[in-house]
Design a protein around this ligand. Sequence first.
Ligand code: KG4
Ligand code: ZN
Length: 340
Amino acid sequence: MGVTVLGIESSCDDTGAAVCRDGYILSSMIANQDVHKAYGGVVPELASRAHQQNIIPVVDRALREAKTDKNDLDGIAFTRGPGLMGALLVGTSFAKSLALSLSIPLIEVNHLQAHILSVFLKRPGEDPGLPRFPFLCLLVSGGHTQLVVVKDHLSMEIIGRSIDDAAGEAFDKCAKVMGLPYPGGPLIDKYASKGDPEAFPFPKPKAGKLDYSFSGLKTAFLYFLRDRLKEDREFIVNYKSDICASIQHSIITILMEKLIVASLQTGISEIAIAGGVSANSGLQKALLEEARQRDWKVYIPERQYSTDNAAMIAITGYYKYLAGHFTTLDVSPFARYSIQ
Ligand code: KG4
Ligand code: ZN
């Protein structure tokens, strides 16, 4: 039998476990935490407690679905960071104990590197086109927005990043001021599909050549709504789709502009997107449109692998296993962990 790695994800509010054998995903399980909905955002202490409740059943389900016994595992990969310290501690401690009890290697994984490698995920029998190195990845998650040159599975260089909020944060904060529940990104995407993206123009932020900034846009959006609500108390209800389409269009335009500059500057035309916001239908459409015009080859993770999942941790663990990148049992989580 080949190399089998169990991946464990617990960086934020999803507890995930997945089994990867020889680069193929045999199972990927996730337990979402609805407990945060009432609070309009993730509550770290509640996340940590829910991970403790979920982790054993989720790992058990992942092993069963993969028809794999724990004694068949060759390595245990886990998210070391970045993320919420209390949440990371649960996955880290569990992974350490399991690796110790099975006497197999422990493999620490950077969550952001794993998001990028989600474009390599495939199940047995699938043969998707995979990116060739070096490729350029726009990583857009709830906590990070980065432009990354991916030199190989384990070597990446950040060439641009947000100097303030992440794109996912911009989606979620704009949704929050509209009174939409957390996380608002998917809801803005849904309502935007029926609206006019040109209905309300928003100012473009200023940042370095390959850097992003979203905090000004969020403030402009807040003031825009405040002013319109003074004239019409039902403004949000009456124009929900147009508002969502317009703010989504602004965020996508900002994201795409710098991605184009990055491609021109590096000469790379193999382009990937990854992270929760890569599930956005408007961003995917804009990327495919740009690919047609610029002759790019583009790679978009499957929807279940755009947002947090353990399959991406398992495949990153698999590549690290092949490279012999193991970690020791005294490893501790790293809440602010960069990919380089
Ligand atoms: O990668 P992810 O699951 O978690 C982090 O590592 O941060 O990303 C979560 C982010 C949230 O901000 C969420 O609103 C956003 O991804 N997101 C979306 C969509 N689906 C998830 N944003 C816009 N459109 C979507 N369809
Ligand atoms: Zn993530």
